[in-house]
Design a binder for this molecule. Structure first.
Ligand code: SDX
Length: 427
């Protein structure tokens, strides 16, 4: 549909094309706004601003819909595995067996990490937050794989993609084992992608590795649910850094840093810390609901609210159900799960939350599962980063293949007008 939007300012009219997406979303293309009207738009936090046209993920925040390349998240979480979802996000189609086998085979070929990288890891204090370690190690991959920087061809992009998909799980595992003072090992690539990660993370020296299949299934599902989420803060960061042609590893490293923040992926760690705090304080959820609503109180209900979802985050629904299943299956009792459910129940009946359409998001229940799976709380956001890796790659690849221009927003200057310099003797 090629419709027009008209802006009228000081008696002059300016026309701009309106584009319609395949799900009926409308956007005003303001490409000529500054050249024609001498104006820019201003939109703090880009709440109403689209940065690109993308075919990867569709969200409908009002209806709580999430689809990867047209497939419903509920179907993918139930029926697919993480590696085939990664293929789907990056290349646009679910792979057949031959394609999936080749993809995993190419990834396994690239799963070695240069031994010199261990020296970088050694340089970190044990108390270092794993997200800072992972961001640094990921950026350091560039130094050991210089050919993967400014890649132009699809073939070279593919090589960079399988490199990071092969090495990232090793970096995740080594980051955790450094904190646990365990030897840095490799897994067994006769295992599946997620089970191999789990083996690298949790295998104990001298002990036979075995794991309940339900643990791997739960982990696989969590990674699928985190795999992409259109133009969220970290994906936009990956696109922005990638738009300067800084290379895939540097772009992913920037995305990891953006995800670290407690308002974004860091919320999954903050949720568990919040729930533990409420438990330690006696478990009075009502008291903390009041604090969350008090503008003078910095307390925020972590894991609640979302920039796009003004209805239930569909991922939160799936994770909440999975939390019950995993904990029951493993025979784990976690009192914070009941506290979480109590907060959710109260919030859904509280005018402050209902009016602001604040619902549990992907981070509200995920930490409860990670904890039941034995993952340390400081590694929760690292697990989010591993899940999001295919999405970041897909966003970077789409941006580079479409030859998007370097990202460079404008501003409205509100500082001092021209003034004369005075030497220090006159100030
Ligand atoms: C992720 O973008 C994505 O897609 C992200 C993500 C992904 O998959 O990539 O889904 C992952 O980051 C999920 C969000 C994780 N963050 C948290 O759980 C942190 C807690 N939530 C908030 O900080 C907040 O809800 C955000 C950051 C998620 C969204 O913030 P917005 O859209 O900028 O909304 P806002 O801060 O302007 O809030 C609107 C109102 C405000 O009140 P008023 O000024 O209107 O009176 O709602 C209030 C806020 O004070 N509010 C909350 C709240 N979240 C919003 N009040 C109490 N507790 C909260 N959690």
């Amino acid at each position: 549909m090629s419709d027009k939007a008209i802006l009228e300012y000081q008696g002059k009219k300016y026309e701009f094309p309106v584009i319609e997406g395949t799900e009926g979303e409308l956007g005003i293309n303001i490409k000529t706004l500054r050249s024609e009207a001498g104006m820019i738009t201003l939109d703090r936090g880009y709440k109403n601003t689209g940065s690109c046209e993308s075919a990867i993920t569709f969200l409908n925040g009002e209806e709580g819909i999430l689809r990867y390349r047209g497939y419903a998240i509920e179907d993918l979480a139930e029926k697919a595995d993480f590696l085939e979802v990664a293929y789907l996000l990056i290349f646009g189609e679910l792979p057949n067996k031959q394609q999936l086998d080749k993809f995993y085979g190419d990834i396994k070929e690239e799963s070695e990490v240069d031994e010199e990288m261990k020296k970088i890891l050694d340089g970190f204090p044990k108390a270092a937050h794993p997200m800072g370690v992972l961001a640094s190690l990921t950026s350091a991959l560039t130094a050991f794989n210089p050919g993967s920087v400014d890649v132009e061809s699809e073939e070279d992009m593919y090589k960079a993609i399988v490199k990071i998909l092969g090495k990232f799980p090793v970096l995740v595992a080594w980051t955790q084992r450094k904190k646990s003072s365990l030897p840095l090992n490799y897994g067994d690539d006769s295992l599946g992608y997620v089970e191999n990660l789990h083996k690298m993370m949790f295998e104990k020296p001298g002990k036979k590795y075995n794991v309940d299949k339900s643990v791997i299934e739960a982990l696989d599902k969590l990674l699928i649910l985190h795999a992409d989420h259109e133009q969220n803060c970290s994906a936009s960061t990956v696109r922005m850094v990638g738009s300067s042609h800084a290379g895939l590893f540097a772009s992913i490293s920037a995305g990891i840093s953006a995800l670290w923040g407690p308002l974004h992926g860091g919320a999954n760690q903050a949720v568990i810390e919040m729930l533990e705090g409420i438990k330690a304080d006696g478990g009075d959820t009502h008291k903390f609901m009041q604090k969350a609503k008090d503008k003078d109180d910095s307390f925020r209900l972590m894991g609640f609210g979302h920039r796009v979802y003004k209805n239930f985050d569909p991922r939160a629904k799936i994770i909440k159900k999975s939390a019950d299943e995993v904990l029951n299956g493993l025979g784990v009792e976690d009192p914070v799960l009941d506290i979480a459910k109590g907060l959710e129940k109260e919030a859904l009946e509280d005018d402050y939350f209902v009016k602001r359409k604040l619902y549990p998001n992907v981070d509200f229940y995920s930490g409860i599962i990670y904890r039941a799976l034995g993952i340390p709380v400081e590694m929760f956001t690292v697990m989010f980063a591993l899940g999001r890796l295919p999405g970041w790659i897909a966003q970077w690849r789409e941006m580079r293949l479409k030859k998007e221009p370097i990202g460079r927003p404008r501003q409205i200057y509100v500082g001092e007008n021209l003034r004369e310099f005075k030497p220090v003797s006159e100030r």
